[in-house]
Ligand binder design. Structure first.
Ligand SMILES: [Fe+2]
Length: 483
């Protein structure tokens, strides 16, 4: 039970268990299904039992201080959300393919008690670690009308964001590629969001509200449009083929629903959070229909965005009314906690995706920045902190993020100036790098690479924040995207 002032999540009491749980986290991640990706596994061919977790990172991640809101794109957050997606979905049945020799062995291994029990033991620790920054936005005494306004604000922010985002992608000539990355976040994760909610609904979590007034994530009304856009963008495989390209904040949206949906005493919070998730889905579909009118089904009238918004807001208002009448102000507050958590996570996810797309869609500019930074290093601090890697052919890094700004500088010489590394931050991206080539990776940007020569030596100087700020200040940066 929570008392009236309890936050939704609080990592403090879990810190004492850190040593024990850290061992269990490493043990969970050492399962074969979670090993790092090989070069041919950039896309996973609908392999639900294969989820590269980069277990090697868990040797140094400390899990000491809960993830703060401003660091949702960093490595501890990415590792936490990947772990949570893996352990939450060992409870989701997906059958082995008939034509795979060891299909049933892998089916049994993925769903075995080892993963179930270890997953259950590390789950609360990871959820409180990853979500403590959420759920403290509601106050006892806030009215239903105030929450209704907040839902309207979420819709308005999302609508503005997508409008600006599609304009940026068109301006940077990156619409098809950008849509690919976006659809991986939105479309490929739709089944996960739905199953998290559907099983909570089946367990009575929304029984506080009349059936017709509940939030609805399962409505297939927008699915044909989303499926067509996904196909247009090359996102045609089912989950989780694109596992490596999920941003931490995209997975966090699913994991938040799993977290609230597995705690009956958070049923009111789940109700609020799912209304926000529905609002996000509605705003996205409407923006997509406007940005890609040619992908609407022939003869279909574009969805009337304004009337859909009004219908959702009216339903939310009726739901809040029922919650308050039947269960009082405490229930309204708890629903508000879920609204606040969903609202804040939506804002953080807009920021995270926006930064990724600003980087990907202007990668040439970040190559140029890297050249300038490299020159500055030579003049001002040749001894700057750097890591150096020597890697053999086919050495592939599972996608990851860094907690600092880095350059990648290819150092070793290969006869003939051949391509030494493929670098990417999006499905289908292949930025070819030769001796002397450089690229800037801002902190928190998801990327990976593969060595394509016999041996590649590269440096990663770590760049101070001030240098990046100065560079962005005095350069025409890509059009800003509303957060
Ligand atoms: Fe890296």
């Amino acid at each position: 039970m929570v008392d009236k002032s309890s936050p939704l999540f609080d990592f403090t009491p879990y810190l004492a268990q850190r040593d024990e749980v850290l061992g269990l986290i490493r043990e969970f991640a050492s399962h074969h299904a979670f090993r790092s990706a090989a070069v041919e596994e950039l896309q996973l061919d609908e392999d639900f039992y294969r989820r590269p977790l980069r277990p090697e990172d868990l040797e140094f991640l400390q899990f000491k201080k809960a993830v703060p809101a401003e660091r949702v794109s960093r490595l501890p957050a990415l590792a936490t959300q990947r772990l949570l997606m893996a352990l939450n979905e060992v409870g989701v049945a997906r059958f082995p393919k008939a034509d795979v020799a060891d299909g049933f062995a892998r089916f049994d291994a993925f769903y075995g008690e080892r993963n179930q029990v270890l997953g259950a033991r590390i789950r609360p620790f990871l959820e409180h670690y990853g979500f403590t920054f959420l759920g403290n936005e509601a106050r006892l005494g806030d009215t239903a009308a105030q929450y209704v306004e907040r839902l309207r604000d979420v819709i308005a922010h999302e609508q503005t964001y997508w409008k600006d985002m599609f304009a940026l992608l068109m301006h940077n000539d990156y619409l098809a590629e950008g849509l690919r990355f976006i659809m991986i976040q939105r479309w490929s994760l739709t089944p996960s969001r739905r199953v998290a909610v559907a099983r909570a609904v089946a367990s009575g979590y929304f029984d506080s509200v009349a059936e017709g007034d509940r939030p609805d994530l399962a409505s297939p009304a927008q699915d044909p449009l989303l499926a067509r856009v996904a196909e247009f963008a090359g996102v045609t495989h089912r989950e989780h083929s694109y596992w490596q390209f999920y941003l931490p904040t995209s997975m966090a949206k699913c994991n938040l629903l799993y977290a609230l949906g597995s705690r009956p005493d958070r049923a009111f919070a789940l109700l609020g959070a799912v209304f926000v998730a529905e609002a996000e889905a509605l705003a996205f579909s409407a923006a997509l229909a406007r940005a890609c009118p040619h992908l609407m089904s022939p003869g279909a009238a574009p969805a009337d965005a304004a009337s859909s918004v009004e219908a959702l807001v009216a339903r939310f208002s009726r739901a809040l009314g029922q919650v308050e009448r039947r269960f009082g102000s405490e229930a309204l507050f708890r629903t508000g906690q879920g609204v606040g958590a969903g609202e804040k996570l939506a804002e953080r996810a807009r920021w995270d995706l926006g930064e990724q797309l600003k980087w990907l869609s202007a990668i040439d500019r970040f190559v140029e920045f890297a050249d300038r930074i490299d020159q500055r290093i030579a003049v001002e601090c040749p001894g700057i902190d750097r890591e150096t890697f020597v890697e053999p052919r086919d050495m592939c890094s599972t996608t990851h993020v860094h907690n600092d700004h880095r350059l990648v500088v290819i150092r070793s010489s290969t006869p003939g100036g051949a391509v030494q590394m493929h670098f990417w931050g999006n499905l289908g991206m292949r930025h070819e790098m030769k001796e002397g080539d450089k690229v800037l990776i801002p902190d928190g940007r998801l990327h990976g690479s593969t060595v394509v020569c016999e041996e590649c030596t590269y440096d990663q100087p770590i760049i101070p924040d001030e240098w990046i700020a100065e560079l962005l200040d005095c350069t025409s940066v890509p059009a800003s995207v509303a957060a």
